[in-house]
Structures are given as C-alpha cells and as structure tokens.
Design a protein around this ligand. Structure first.
Ligand SMILES: [Zn+2]
Length: 415
C-alpha cells in the first residue's frame, strides 16, 4: 500500500493525484485516466506496487460491470473505505489512479475491461474475480466472444483466486469452471445468440426458457458442460443466499438485471466477510451510476437515462424502461464502434404501441431497423427537440455510448 512504497512509486502516486486534481479542476472529467497514465509512465510497476497487501475484487463482463462494481464497492463499504474506479475508467491507467487516490485502505473493487482481465490479474493478484457475461460488442474491433471466454479461462485456470460467476451464461461457465473455487450466481441471460454453441465441443446448447425470458436451465447436447447449481439466485424481488436465506432486494436502480447485479455484488462481498443483510441497506442508497438510471426533472419531464451499448444491453434496457414515451439515440463514433449492423441483432418489437422518437448521428439507420420491426417512430433533430415534442410527464431515454454522453452533458452532467 502507499505508505510502504519506494521513492519512485511515491513520486508517481503524488504526481498522479496532482494531475487528476488539476484535470478535475479544469473540467476535463474526473482525471483518473490522465493521472493514472502519468503515474504509470513514471513507475511502470506502480499498479502492482499499489495492489500489494490489499484484498481486491475484479469485476468484468460485457454489460453491467460499472453498476456491479459500484454495488460491490458499496457492499464491501460495510468494512471501511473501498478503493474503486467508479467512473468506468476500466484499463490499467484507471486502476492505478483508483488505488493511488484511495490511500491505504485494504479493500479495492476494480472494474476491468474484458480484454484486460489477464493484465489486471497479473498486476493486482485479486482475491475475487467476478465474471458477469460475455456477448458481442463493437463489431469492428472487439474480440470474438469465444476468444474472450478462452482468455478468461486461461487467466483463472488452476489459480488461487475465488471466482464469482454467472451460472446462466455458458461462455462464463466454461471460463470460470477452470478455476479452483467458484461461487455460482443465477444472474440471468436474456441474450442467447452468442452462446448458441458450446465453447468446449461446438455442439448446440439446449435451453429451457422461463417466464422472464431468461433460461432457467441449459446444457450442451454434445458434452458435459451444463448449468451449475447456483448458490445465489433471484426469486421475484428477493435474493436467496447460499444458506437458503431470503433477502428482500430494494434497489432504486430499475429492472431485474440490476437485482441480478446486486446478487453478484452480494456474492463478491460475502467473500470479503460481509453479510447480505448488512450490505443490502447500502445498495438501496444508490440512485444512479455514472449518470445511468438517474431520474432528472427538465421542462416538465421526468427523464431517466439508460445506456445501451450492444444487443444484450438493448434487451436489458427494454426490460428496465417503463411503458412511456421513449427517445432512442444512436451514434457511430469511435467509442461506439463504427458498424451499426448490430441494430439488426436487436428485436425492438417490445417498443410497439409506445410513442417512440429517434435522434443521433445514425438515427436513419435506426429508423430503417424500426420500420422492418414494425415500430412506429418520429425523427427529431436533437434531445432538445424531443423535449419540445413530448407532453409533460415521464420520458425514457435509451442511448448508445457517445449519444448517452451528449445527452448527459445537455442535462448538466447528471451525477
Ligand atoms: Zn459441449
């Protein structure tokens, strides 16, 4: 931890903190990325040094990792201060900055980009790795889902780390089952198209689909890979723990998917010695995560912002959204991925019968998709025009990455 660091690392921490503070003061974001980058430039071993002596959980997956990291940090917060990259800076720069900022606390929860799990594992030697889900994302540059599953599997294979993993995602189960110790959480999987075939043998995966659209059971038709018996699962608004005890999950974050994220967080926290009954009141205090889910009043509208970056994320957003006028905004800038053909992977038909407005750089791509899907819509040139077009009352906004950030900025950087 920071007090025992060699001189060069102390300098790196101090410069990193200073640069981050300057970056925040000048309105250039939370400063964690630039602060971490400069810290690592001064001392390339900084992340490993800052991680030494701490109990660390890494949280990774295609969707829900920022939220699950926040929930896990809140749960472990029962024990004391937790170092965490709460702004979604999930690469080594962000990890180094999060640990440098937090001082000497022994606890850390770090969100990790799914491609960087091996790097983060080597640098931080975590006590727990949480594996949420693996689905397609950013078609023009992300690795194939099966390749990511292999990367994860190789990272934890035979290693002394406790894995908390989603029993409902066959790709995650295949990766996690290489670890020595796993806690299985029935966290659900709405999107099945990236795990239609078995990562072990290539045979078809057979599923039993429940009322919620999630698979209640699955198994490979060609080998022994099958859904493990979960130790944690959801039952309506409750979560059931490994002792069979039920806990009401009262969150201010919407949807079943966030109750599943909470179940993952409780399973991570349990490994730090935190009881679910002590953690749950802290989870209930969270109203938004990096601008997501927050209800904002503007021009007579009660607006909630939902981020959806890939097909699985869109299905989850539809699950969270109320049946109310909805603005969809799509960009295809660098952070979004330039290829919008994924729009055809998403079934938008659950929006039928709702008042739907569309905007964003690639609104017309979305318009064609909605027409094919039989969803009526109106195009508006901007978020502001959508506010003018809609009557007072509730409004949902679902946007992909840069479109979300743009609208968030228009709402004065919703916290
Ligand atoms: Zn198989």
């Amino acid at each position: 931890m920071t007090t025992q660091l060699p001189m060069r690392a102390k300098l790196a921490v101090s410069v990193s903190r200073g640069v981050a503070a300057i970056s925040r003061a000048t309105g250039r974001g939370d400063g964690s990325v630039i602060g971490g980058r400069i810290g690592l430039a001064i001392d390339p071993g900084l992340l490993a040094r800052l991680a030494t002596g701490r109990q660390i959980a890494l949280v990774s997956g295609t969707n829900g990792k920022t939220t699950t990291t926040r929930l896990s940090a809140a749960a472990i917060g029962v024990l004391g201060t937790v170092a965490t990259n709460s702004f979604g800076a999930n690469l080594p720069n962000g990890h180094a900055a999060a640990l440098a900022q937090a001082g000497d606390t022994p606890y850390a929860v770090l969100e990790v980009d799914e491609h960087y799990l091996p790097h983060a594992w080597s640098a931080t030697r975590p006590m727990v790795v949480a594996m949420l889900n693996l689905t397609r994302d950013q078609l023009d540059r992300a690795k194939e889902v099966a390749m990511l599953a292999k990367l994860w599997r190789d990272t934890v294979r035979g290693r002394p780390v406790h894995v908390v993993a989603n029993a409902d995602d066959p790709m995650v189960v295949w990766a996690a089952s290489a670890a020595q110790e796993v806690t299985w959480v029935a966290a659900g999987q709405r999107w099945h198209d990236d795990s239609a075939v078995c990562p072990e043998c290539g045979s078809a995966i057979a599923r039993v689909i429940g009322e919620t659209g999630d698979a209640t059971d699955w198994r490979c038709t060609g080998c022994a890979l099958a859904r493990p018996q979960p130790q944690w699962w959801l039952d309506g608004d409750s979560v059931v723990d490994p002792a069979g005890e039920r806990h009401d999950v009262k969150l201010r974050l919407p949807g079943r998917v966030n109750r599943a994220n909470a179940a993952m967080a409780l399973a991570v926290a349990e490994h730090f010695g935190v009881r679910a009954c002590d953690a749950l009141p802290r989870l209930a205090e969270i109203t938004s995560v990096a601008g997501r889910y927050a209800m904002v009043e503007r021009d007579g509208k009660a607006i909630r912002l939902l981020l959806a970056k890939n097909p699985a994320g869109w299905l989850e957003a539809f699950d969270m959204a109320d049946h109310t006028p909805t603005l969809l905004s799509i960009n295809a800038r660098d952070p979004d991925g330039l290829d919008t053909s994924w729009l055809y992977d998403v079934d938008f038909s659950s929006l039928r019968g709702r008042r739907v407005l569309i905007t964003g750089d690639r609104a017309y791509d979305l318009g064609v998709r909605l027409t094919v899907n039989g969803v009526a819509f109106t195009h508006v040139p901007s978020f502001g025009a959508a506010l003018t077009a809609l009557p007072d009352g509730r409004m949902e906004v679902i946007a992909n990455y840069t479109a979300f950030q743009q609208i968030r900025a228009e709402l004065n950087r919703v916290q």
